[in-house]
Design a protein around this ligand. Structure first.
Ligand SMILES: [Zn+2]
Length: 212
């Protein structure tokens, strides 16, 4: 049954990669403040991870991030991507989004637990183009929410994504299972959404159901 559902999902997602929205034009992709933040530490030095319980951090975490045009030779972009990876690996997480280090750009790292050797990969301007109807329960935590875990029930089992890679090539791919949940969690961050918002939605829906 599961295979059939996923097959159906695949058939409906056999579409070409469209053009990305929200692309910023201009000389530098990063603001002056962002450049200072990115370049303020060594390449091997983890960046500070913003925390939801700090009011000024929370404001940034709740802000929509901007898309941008990828230049493969952009030194600041490459430096940020490398420092985000160091930050992620240092914290032993499976994913990180740029707003979590204070940069409001559409950049995420995901550990591809579905691929051989479970590599960490970076995605620029990732967008979820399609969600499977089939859901999965996911036990989630977040580097920006200290000491808290919860189970979300509204994550799609499979998603169809489009993104730009490090060289600026536009790509698309279908991702399934827990790795699909990591993508959904990280892309939520780019839209100012935290995983606890999903838990609140579920609680409110169950309260509504009881009232009905
Ligand atoms: Zn998170």
């Amino acid at each position: 049954m599961q295979k059939l559902l996923i097959f159906g999902f695949l058939i409906t997602t056999l579409v070409g990669c469209g053009s990305l929205s929200q692309i910023q034009s201009g000389q530098s992709v990063f603001s002056k403040d962002e450049q200072e933040l990115i370049l303020s530490g060594q390449l091997s030095e983890p960046m500070r991870i913003l925390q939801i319980n700090q009011p000024s951090d929370s404001l940034i975490l709740r802000t929509q991030s901007l898309g941008f045009k990828v230049q493969a030779d952009d030194m600041v972009l490459n430096y940020l991507a490398d420092r985000m990876l160091v930050t992620l690996q240092n914290s032993k997480g499976v994913g990180i989004a740029a707003p979590q280090v204070g940069v409001l750009k559409r950049i995420i790292w995901v550990q591809r637990l579905d691929l051989e050797n479970e590599p960490f990969e970076v995605y620029y301007n990732p967008e979820i183009k399609k969600y499977s109807d089939m859901k999965q329960d996911v036990r989630e935590g977040c580097l920006s929410i200290p000491d808290y875990r919860g189970t979300t029930q509204d994550r799609a089992y499979a998603i169809f994504i489009e993104y730009d890679d490090r060289k600026g090539r536009h790509k698309c791919e279908m991702v399934e299972a827990f790795t699909a949940a990591i993508f959904q969690h990280e892309i939520d961050h780019l839209n100012g959404i935290m995983f606890i918002d999903h838990l609140i939605k579920e609680r409110d829906a169950s309260i509504q159901h009881k009232i009905d």
